[in-house]
Design a protein around this ligand. Structure first.
Ligand SMILES: *[C@@H]1O[C@H](CO)[C@@H](O)[C@H](O)[C@H]1NC(C)=O
Ligand SMILES: *[C@@H]1O[C@H](CO)[C@@H](O)[C@H](O)[C@H]1NC(C)=O
Length: 251
């Protein structure tokens, strides 16, 4: 499936210090105000995929060690992201991690602006998934949207390990076709064709009906789209995308 570079928006930057989960009254006018660098700017104008304005959709500027690493639109009712957006800057071999973070401000408005482990976050889990939601599952595991495989430094790897960047993904799809035919194929293409310019990626899910632990919606599909811009003209050069059902696709 081909997806083109996405809708245009004009953004006005207010002189405000905002939390990393952007309040709805501001989010409605200035999408991802602290981290719009993760969205393509064809012709110099920042563009966003669909921004939903209902209260359960939270725009998260994903912050790790006080640095913005990527952006996520998160659904607190479904407890899964809609998408994560990032700039692909090549892939370095870094260590994987096994500690997962959460987004403190989804459950506690006074929480840390940095992602962190659940311990010490007031009300943790009320508006987001936790590790316990994925415990004892055989069919589904925490599937990254911004994958480790597309990161370029260790702190970015670490930052992808936040549950707001993951959704229940069929285990064999996560380890097989998704990794090879989507993450791998995208990486190969971007390395070959877009490395001299800017390569933007947005990866998301389509919510299904069933839930894990009666809390976390299992996606029916995973999708991913990229848009490359020429470094000088900022015009789109290549774009493409993938969508696949979230089930066992071993041949
Ligand atoms: C996982 O399974 C073990 C053994 O059956 C059980 O003790 C534990 O409570 C379960 N954990 C969760 C989070 O369901
Ligand atoms: C990444 O996480 C690991 C394990 O938690 C930690 O030891 C390491 O210092 C972190 N690295 C960076 C660059 O943040």
């Amino acid at each position: 499936m081909q997806l083109t570079c996405l809708l245009s928006f004009i953004v006005l930057l207010p002189a405000l210090v905002l939390p990393e989960v952007i309040p709805p009254q501001i989010a409605a006018h200035t999408p991802f105000v602290n981290c719009n660098e993760f969205f393509a700017k064809p012709g110099g104008i920042v563009t966003f995929p669909t921004i939903f304005n209902q209260n359960q959709y939270k725009q998260i500027c994903q912050k790790y060690n006080n640095m913005y690493e990527f952006a996520t639109l998160y659904n607190t009712d479904d407890k899964i992201p809609v998408y994560s957006a990032y700039l692909y800057r090549g892939n370095e071999v870094c260590d994987r991690k096994n500690t997962w973070y959460i987004e403190p401000q989804l459950d506690d408005p006074n929480g840390s602006p940095n992602m962190r482990p659940k311990r010490g976050v007031n009300g943790a889990g009320e508006h987001q998934a936790l590790n316990t939601d994925y415990k004892n599952q055989t069919e589904y595991e925490r599937g990254h949207l911004y994958p480790v495989f597309h990161t370029f430094q260790q702190c970015t790897v670490n930052a992808t390990y936040t549950l707001t960047n993951a959704a229940p993904q069929d285990r064999s799809l996560n380890r097989g076709k998704w990794r090879v035919q989507v993450e791998g194929a995208t990486k190969t293409f971007l390395d070959a064709h877009c490395f001299s310019g800017f390569a933007y990626v947005v990866t998301g899910v389509v919510p299904g009906i069933k839930k894990l632990k009666n809390r976390v919606i299992i996606p029916s599909f995973f999708w991913s789209a990229y848009c490359c811009l020429d470094k000088t003209s900022m015009k789109p050069t290549y774009s493409g995308g993938f969508i696949t059902p979230n089930n066992n696709q071993r041949d």
